[in-house]
Design a protein around this ligand. Structure first.
Ligand code: NAI
Ligand code: MG
Length: 500
């Protein structure tokens, strides 16, 4: 937890990582008005690696004022010119991709080779994708008759308040910054208290190209800084990624002022494996879908594994062999496959779920279990990929988002029944279907209540695909042109009488 991180022993600067200069308000690097700071922890060693400002309401006020000042000029910039700046940012990120990747690995505990480097590259790709979309902010003409000219304009909404989490902090930040700014909005973003460094580095690169105040980035805690941001009367749009619990708080704040809101929230996504794919590639796919190499701290983790009864034991054997072969260790080491959980609170939470599984008589531990209490892995928040086999979809481990590497395997025999179980969740973010029979796979894909279903693959999102949740997994879509248009513009109709 960052609150205890202030008591951590500081460690010398880690080579090749970004050192923060403060928060970005109105093009300047500043401290919190209160002068307070807090430490950022390296979860692999439980040491402090940097300090950042601990901002609160007064800082939100300053950031909103800076954004307001920038808006009139920024919205008047020709969209393709705004896009060109985003393309320059993409290039500048690419030039520093390794430093960004190391910074992400250092503060999140996500392994450099398997995760952080990919996230840094994806961040550049996101700026590049949206940088090309300026001229797609077009409106329509409406045929109301020969004597009327009626057309629509896509106008920016204004100051966007963005709040992001720590699990893929820079990529999730870019997914809000790039489309919002391309569409002519300005932004005040709050980085997650557990992972502000990479986001500050991205902001540092952005501010080389953007006019002052177009992007402002605050560092601070949820209620202290995120609260005043969500409730600020001049924020015209709220965009949040994080837990469903806090998503509801944001939506309530939005309701008070009738502010549009995009929410990208949690998940408990099903993976349905048919009996014809008891094969190595499926096992690789399940490992990818479960995001084991991100300690499963992913909203799209395929964390409910529905295995057909004919292949149940044989498939789990294969899964055990491959998963236990993954190397857990220092996230900054090139050889490491799996890094650490983000902080002590999440680590304790994950361990508690594992203990609950061990205590349940109906559940069988297939592999994994509680993390070692001694040895090198006990120095950080390292956990073990863990699989429990159970007959039921109803227990806590099969229903709640664990946000850790705990997978529940459930036996099925009847297709209608497995679809019913897959949909028996208040979440509906992602899903995975595995079979050689593509007709059957697509029938399942269409029947599953999720915003994103993958058939025979378990990868991550790609710019261009509209991504977002059904049910309590969220509202709105990101990652795409439609995401930009729907989430970050408002339509105005202009109707002109041509007969006068
Ligand atoms: P969280 O939802 O509390 O934090 C996400 C962001 O919201 C952070 O920037 C935080 O400072 C901010 N925040 C927290 N409370 C706020 C408030 N009252 N007003 C305004 N902003 C606020 O997530 P947390 O505590 O880090 O993780 C808890 C659980 O949330 C995880 O175990 C996981 O289940 C879920 N989660 C889901 C994510 C996703 O990508 N869908 C990402 C992170 C967490
Ligand atoms: Mg929280």
């Amino acid at each position: 937890m960052s609150t205890t991180a202030t008591q951590l022993k500081p460690q010398p600067t880690v080579p090749g990582t970004y050192q923060p200069k403060g928060m970005l308000i109105g093009g300047k690097w500043v401290g919190a008005a209160s002068g307070q700071r807090f430490a950022v922890e390296n979860p692999a060693k439980r040491t402090a690696v940097a300090e950042v400002p601990r901002s609160a309401a007064a800082d939100v006020e300053a950031a909103v004022a800076a954004a307001e000042k920038a808006f009139a000029t920024w919205k008047a910039v020709v969209p393709r010119e705004r896009g060109k700046l985003l393309l320059k940012i993409a290039e500048a990120i690419e030039a520093r991709v390794e430093e960004l990747a190391r910074t992400i690995a250092l503060e999140t505990g996500n392994a450099l080779r398997t995760q952080a480097r990919g996230e840094a590259k994806m961040t550049a790709d996101i700026f590049r994708y949206f940088g090309g979309l300026g001229s797609e902010l077009k409106g329509e003409t409406v045929p109301l008759g020969e004597h009327v000219l009626s057309y629509t304009r896509r106008e920016p909404i204004g100051i966007v308040g963005a709040i992001i989490p720590w699990n893929a902090p820079v990529m999730l930040g870019a997914l809000k910054i790039a489309p919002a700014l391309c569409a002519g909005n300005v932004m005040v973003m709050k980085a997650a208290e557990d992972a502000p460094l990479g986001v500050l580095m991205m902001a540092d690169i952005c501010q080389e190209f953007l006019p002052a105040g177009v992007l402002n980035v605050l560092t601070g805690f949820g209620q202290e800084c995120g609260g005043p941001l969500a409730n600020h009367p001049k924020i015209r749009k709220l965009s949040f990624t994080g837990s469903t619990e806090v998503g509801k708080v944001i939506m309530r704040a939005a309701a008070e002022r009738i502010v549009p809101v995009s929410l990208e929230l949690g998940g408990k996504s099903p993976s349905i494996v048919y009996p014809d794919v008891d094969e190595e590639w499926t096992v690789d796919g399940i490992i990818a879908a479960m995001r084991f190499t991100r300690q499963s701290q992913s909203c799209t983790a395929g964390s409910r594994l529905f295995l057909h009864e004919d292949i149940f034991d044989s498939f789990l054997n294969k899964l055990e062999k491959k998963t236990t072969g993954l190397k857990i260790g220092d996230p900054l080491e090139e050889a490491t496959d799996i890094g650490t959980i983000i902080n002590s609170k999440q680590y304790t939470k994950v361990c508690k779920y594992v203990q609950d599984g061990l205590d349940r008589s109906d559940a069988k531990l297939v592999f994994g279990g509680l993390p070692p209490k001694t040895g090198p892995l006990s120095e950080g928040y390292f956990t073990l990929p863990t699989v429990f086999a159970d007959r039921s979809n109803d227990w806590r481990l099969a229903r709640e988002e664990i946000f850790g590497p705990v997978l529940v395997a459930i036996r099925w025999s009847d297709e209608a029944e497995v679809i019913r179980m897959a949909n028996d969740s208040h979440y509906g973010l992602a899903a995975y279907v595995w079979t050689h029979d593509i007709g059957r796979g697509l029938r399942a894909a269409h029947a599953i209540e999720s915003g994103w279903v993958q058939v025979n693959q378990g990868g991550g999102q790609t710019p261009g695909m509209s991504y977002g949740g059904y049910k309590q997994s969220g509202i709105g879509r990101e990652f795409s042109l439609e995401g930009m248009l729907d989430s970050f513009t408002q339509r105005k109709s202009v109707t002109v009488n041509l007969a006068v």
